[in-house]
Design a protein around this ligand. Structure first.
Ligand code: URA
Length: 276
């Protein structure tokens, strides 16, 4: 015997939602992340790319495990990124880009970068969280405040530009999928090309794996130097993965490792002539 459905009461629903919001619940999620690209439910509303660009295959790397056809979205992102001649127009192009499914999963705005447009160091995090989504700037929540304190202690304040592998908040702060990162990658790469930094710091496993196209965990990658190369081969930079500040908030005992990474990087930045 099934219970009769209660009539919908908007006031009750509103009060329940307010209760959940007060309790810190800011997204409705299933237990498993829904990969809308893979499920074939997401059709990027971007304009069709010209034939030469549409033929560009999705990058084979980690993104290869998302079998659905997001190649056109990547191609469109590449086209828009290449057309942007400065960071301001690039940020506007990203904000107008309709090809990333994250945009339609609860994010309120694009979060692109903060910091010095000519910084010698670009820091790449995973993706915006709730505070970043609210303010439209990366790393402004608790993890960002810790990052800022670490940068200040290392003498790096005002010498960094901070961005992420994806530019819209993944719902519930889940890790962005390789497909979402692949779609945003042309924009990220263009940010790096326009800034022309001396090196990259990759905060957390999701950033390190995506940017360096590696499969190892962050505890094995951190503190090591890798060579990052832009897709067109025009730029090569040293890149160091490190632990994500959000992880350090949960595991304060790991701060020492992240601090060593930051000092190693700062040493190379300030004394490039010294042997590694
Ligand atoms: N974590 C990230 O990886 N990026 C942000 O911008 C904020 C938190």
């Amino acid at each position: 015997m099934s219970a009769a459905a209660e009539p919908f009461d908007a006031a009750v629903a509103e009060s329940l939602l307010a209760f959940w919001t007060d309790a810190g619940v800011d997204a409705m999620l299933l237990d498993e992340a829904v990969d809308r690209i893979e499920a074939g439910k997401f059709v990027a509303p971007a304009r069709p790319a010209p034939p030469a660009l549409a033929a560009v295959a999705a990058p084979p790397s980690r993104a290869a495990n998302a079998s659905a056809d997001f190649g056109p979205a990547v191609a469109r992102a590449r086209e828009l990124a290449a057309a942007a001649q400065d960071l301001e127009s690039l940020a506007a192009a990203i904000a107008a880009f309709e090809g990333c499914p994250l945009r339609y999963e609860g994010a309120t705005k694009a979060v692109v970068f903060r910091g010095d447009p000519k910084a010698p160091l670009v820091i790449i995090g995973e993706g915006p969280g709730a505070d970043e989504d609210a303010q439209g700037l990366p790393f402004v929540g608790r993890a960002g405040k810790l990052l800022d304190r670490m940068l200040a202690a290392a003498g790096l304040t005002d010498r960094v530009l901070i961005t992420n592998t994806v530019f819209w908040r993944p719902p519930g702060n889940r890790t962005p999928t390789p497909a979402e990162q692949a779609i945003c990658a042309p924009f990220l790469e263009r940010i790096v090309q326009l800034v022309q930094p001396k090196m990259l710091l990759l905060a957390g496993g999701a950033s390190a794996k995506s940017v360096l196209k590696r499969e190892e965990g962050i505890l094995s990658l951190r503190g090591r130097w890798f060579e990052w190369r832009s897709a067109d081969g025009s730029l090569e930079l040293p890149a160091m993965p490190t632990l994500h500040p959000a992880f350090l908030l949960r595991q304060p005992g790991a701060k020492k490792k992240a601090w060593i990474d930051l000092l190693t990087l700062t040493e190379r930045l300030d004394r490039p002539e010294r042997p590694l």
